[in-house]
Design a protein around this ligand. Sequence first.
Ligand code: NAD
Length: 517
Amino acid sequence: MPELVYTPLEDIDKIHAELRTGFQSGKLKPIAYRKYQLLQLAYLVKDNSKRLEEALAKDLGRPPLEGHFLEISATLTEVTNTYCNVAKWAKPEKPGFSLNWTVMRPIVYKVPKGVVLIISPFNYPMYLALGPLAAALAAGNAAVLKPSESSPAMSSLLAELIPKYLDSDLVRVVNGAVPESTKLLDLQWDHIMYTGGYRVAKIVAAAAAKYLTPLTLELGGKSPVIIDPDCDLAMAARRILWGKVVNAGQTCVAPDYILVPRSFQDKFVAALKSAYESFYPGPEGPSAPEAYSRIITPQAFKRIKGLLDNTKGSVVFGGETDEASKFIAPTAVRDVKEGDSLMSEEIFGPVLPIVPVENVDEAIAFVNAHDHPLALYVFSQNPEFKAKVFNNTQSGAAVANETVIHTAAEGLPFGGVGTSGYGAHTGKYGFDTFTHFRASLDSSSWIDKILGFRYPPYTKAKLKASLKLLPRLPARPAGPPSATARSKWWGKWFFLAFVVAIAGGLTKRLKTSSRSS
Ligand code: NAD
């Protein structure tokens, strides 16, 4: 695997200018050419899947199964889905019929934004780089991809392969760390998509603001899990633990902490423990070859170990660490309280704190007292429990009885809210992110027979004509909706009481008349 060569700073202006020329050439205007580039991208992945798998293993110690399931096949699915749908997504859209406007042939053209910058992170260094790249190309943009310097094997492989498969006047890879990223951010882009942590996101947002560049921020945060004792416990434990151990917890939507009723904690911990034993049955446990990923850098290892060393909770299983191989065993910690080291920041590692609460109301209050997470998980068989949690919280995604895989579900947006980010991608959401929706009308001369009143000189007759266009409002509301609903409710009871009274009166009269006859 070649060493990561940083792009010379003095080349970056030239790359930017070449991409601008490539975009302006109009090469990507025909959908057929976009599809050609997308198919090339798909073949880049297919032809080199072994090397990509090796790069993931080198950077993150990724077991082949995780490499294939979470990156190689997920990327191929994303690119293929984009390839198959780009023609449909790019079609101009007519708005619904409107008496006032239809005659002017309103239409929305889907046009590319221009030359875009994609800054991707180390943790899914292929899926989060090539997925957004596919979306940018599908929308007709030229793009610079800036992969993470923390995953050097993948970043250098992308720098080698992309020029072999994609046109270099349309796509370029810029490798490097802070100076190269800073240089990139000094330039004007037509859209920036940044995936990573919130601290750097603020630097990116400030740089984007300089040119009023539209920005998508795909960030992270602490994604909670709320447990209902009325859940399929073995399945819940399995899926939560999988969501945490996959990529050694370095997943933006990994379950970060568990909120469990205090009286149910023992049962939940026992189920989690048995899931752990079933995942790593051999004597070597998770340190067996190709069983489990490693932490990306020594600094990240130290940070996660520091959080674990300082917890006041009790370790249930795991806790083993090895600095030399950047190994941290999957670790569950029970009886964790607010204010604990494990609750101080996004863990982004394989440590799972369990926080006991009284009930679902306290769990909801706990979630709402923190930043909006990227994902919120609930494990329950009870529709009312799920609805209560979802209806009373905010998060990027709200997922019941599953973890992590919702990010790859076709047709769903992948994005955050609040500090977990803004904007979204994957599938059509990615296409739309890199697309400008260009509004258009084509108005005939005869329209002035109707709209001629708009032209000066303004007269009373023209004002009268203009007032004819005022929309008709629905009837004035009787009150706020809840009050209206209440009055309807009373109305129903009143009607029922009225019917009963009439019926009662009639029966009485009938009885009296039959007695008297
Ligand atoms: P990272 O260290 O790989 O950094 C991300 C990118 O930012 C890299 O390309 C890096 O070169 C660049 N960068 C670093 N400093 C910069 C600077 N000063 N200016 C411009 N760019 C700079 O990854 P990270 O930030 O540690 O990523 C982890 C975070 O990303 C976690 O919070 C995680 O939850 C989040 N994340 C979010 C998603 C999502 O889709 N929402 C996906 C993956 C990761």
